[in-house]
Design a protein around this ligand. Structure first.
Ligand code: GAR
Length: 214
């Protein structure tokens, strides 16, 4: 069994999607939040998953918070750490400690729109296609090797909320898929800085474009 620790800051719907996927060979050993009021903690408790809070406001520095967080995570002997709406910038030391076993989901088609307010910025930029990305975490924010992406159309009349909702549906598809691949041991970091999914066909691997909505 691969031990998976999931970090959240809020609603936790991606965490929920991963738990509900019941990925063979994966055991969600803990859900950890940096916010005591994160909605996702309730779901974890209801599903008898160990849940913990490390409140970043209780620490004098980013380094001190990350060190405490890492100590807690390591107590669960994780094979994989999953950032699921975890809204803290992590120190290089933290990222290096979990190199190759730290995944994040970001609500845009990276490398477009790293950082915050991605849906608003996509609308402002007038892009016709938007989406979401699961990637390995590296020290540069929202920049690591891409595992899987899903694209959605930007429709006339969209606002931030409607676009975010369309993207979220795809997040709930691709994050469990990425975790499944990791747990199956099929993700390979390539020398070129990308990710190869072993056993997938020859084409551009690890991407998916869902059907365009009417
Ligand atoms: C998701 O849309 C995720 O992509 C985003 O936060 C949301 C969390 O939703 N993450 C980031 O913006 C990370 N920079 P959830 O709590 O319902 O999973």
């Amino acid at each position: 069994m691969k031990h998976v620790v999931i970090l959240i800051s809020g609603r936790g719907s991606n965490m929920e999607a991963i738990v509900r996927a019941q990925i063979p060979g994966a055991r969600i050993v803990a859900v950890i939040s940096n916010r005591p009021d994160a909605g996702g903690l309730e779901f974890a408790a209801r599903h008898s998953i160990a849940s913990q809070v490390v409140d970043h406001r209780a620490f004098p520095s980013r380094e001190a918070f990350d060190a405490a967080l890492a100590e807690l995570i390591d107590g669960f002997s994780p094979d994989l750490v999953v950032l699921a709406g975890f809204m803290r910038v992590l120190t290089d030391a933290f990222v290096s400690r979990y190199a190759g076993r730290l995944l994040n989901i970001h609500p845009s088609l990276l490398p477009s729109f790293p950082g915050l307010h991605t849906h608003r910025r996509a609308l402002e930029a007038g892009v016709r296609v938007h989406g979401t990305t699961v990637h390995f975490v590296t020290p540069t924010l929202d920049c690591g090797p891409i595992v899987i992406q899903a694209a959605v159309p930007v429709l006339p009349g969209d606002d931030e909320a409607s676009l975010a909702a369309r993207v979220l549906v795809q997040e709930h598809r691709i994050y469990p898929q990425a975790v499944r691949w990791f747990v199956e041991g099929r993700l390979r970091l390539t020398e070129a800085g990308g990710v190869r999914v072993e056993g997938e066909s020859d084409g551009p691997i690890g991407w998916t474009v869902p059907p365009v909505e009417a």
